[in-house]
Write a protein that binds this ligand. Structure first.
Ligand SMILES: [Zn+2]
Length: 305
């Protein structure tokens, strides 16, 4: 009798200590709810869009750590760990992850079927002036940084979630619609504002705003190219300085993950303000995708008047 009592005590202690170690998804499981879908996103922008669509049903990790510049990224084994545990992998495409994508996918456990989602699939590519080593046209990868691009990526992600988790299809459709409505609201508001703007061009440090400019019929000029392939040449800087002076450019935008020094020097040289803008390659503290995009649009709008 005493022995059974001791076993019961032991079991109770074991049970209590196990409860203390439970993760969020395990707790949900024991409450009769299915576990959240584990999603590895390649970087922060794709993570933000996936979270907007997936809502409470998903747990999203970014492979490229927050605050790390995503162009020419090389993942460590630790960075790829989230990929091993994921049900779904969402990447941007258009070449953004090409330096590591194939290697990363071939490293995943073949027995576990990982659903791979190319968020930019079906989008119209914007071709850059740069050519690849074999002479091919290079696509601007920054499709996430635009109204039309984000809507298309959200729709691709929604379709993938509907397939992976049909039980929550209604929620994914609802979340997608809310995200799309917010984007459409921004598009309407800023189409009207930009139509009344005196200027239609702006100058950035990193040429990440090509798709956003296209959404609104604007033009971007930049210190560094879209792929961040090296420092700008003296000739390029001279041209940009002349352009800013001739066109009375009053704002030079700077991005946090790109060296702001050249942009700040340019701003001083031409008597313009240096103003921070976000490429969404990392999300600013306390902002979600929509609020960060709205911030960008407002800053661009202010610079045009
Ligand atoms: Zn970029």
């Amino acid at each position: 009798m005493k022995r059974i009592f001791l076993i019961q005590i032991f079991l109770l202690i074991a049970l209590l200590s196990m409860t203390g170690c439970k993760t969020g998804s395990e707790e949900q499981q024991s409450a009769g709810e299915p576990a959240k879908i584990k999603i590895a996103a390649s970087f922060e922008a794709v993570k933000a869009i996936t979270e907007a669509v997936g809502g409470e049903h998903v747990e999203v990790y970014s492979i490229i750590p927050d605050g790390t510049e995503p162009h020419n990224f090389e993942p460590t084994a630790k960075d790829l760990m989230n990929l091993q545990n994921a049900d779904l992998f969402v990447y941007n495409g258009f070449g953004l992850e090409s330096s590591w994508l194939d290697k990363a996918l071939s490293s995943t456990n073949e027995e576990k079927k990982l659903t791979v989602v190319e968020a930019s699939k079906g989008a119209d590519p914007l071709l850059l002036d740069e050519k690849s080593d074999d002479g091919k046209a290079v696509t601007d990868p920054h499709i996430w940084l635009s109204i039309n691009g984000a809507e298309l990526e959200a729709e691709n992600i929604k379709n993938a979630l509907n397939n992976a988790d049909p039980a929550h299809k209604d929620d994914y459709e609802k979340n997608f619609q809310a995200f799309k409505n917010s984007l459409d609201g921004l598009k309407k508001e800023y189409t009207a504002k930009f139509a009344d703007s005196q200027r239609k061009d702006f100058v950035t440090g990193h040429a990440a705003f090509g798709y956003l400019a296209k959404d609104f019929g604007l033009k971007q000029n930049s210190v560094s190219d879209a792929l961040l392939s090296g420092e700008p040449s003296a000739k390029k800087l001279k041209e940009l300085t002349d352009y800013c002076k001739e066109n009375n450019v009053t704002t030079i935008f700077v991005e946090d993950m790109v060296s702001p020094k050249v942009s700040e020097t340019l701003a001083r040289e031409v008597g313009a303000k240096a103003v921070e803008i976000y490429t969404l390659e990392s999300l600013p503290e306390g902002m979600d995708y929509i609020s960060a995009l709205k911030y960008d649009l407002e800053k661009i709008y202010e610079s045009l008047n």
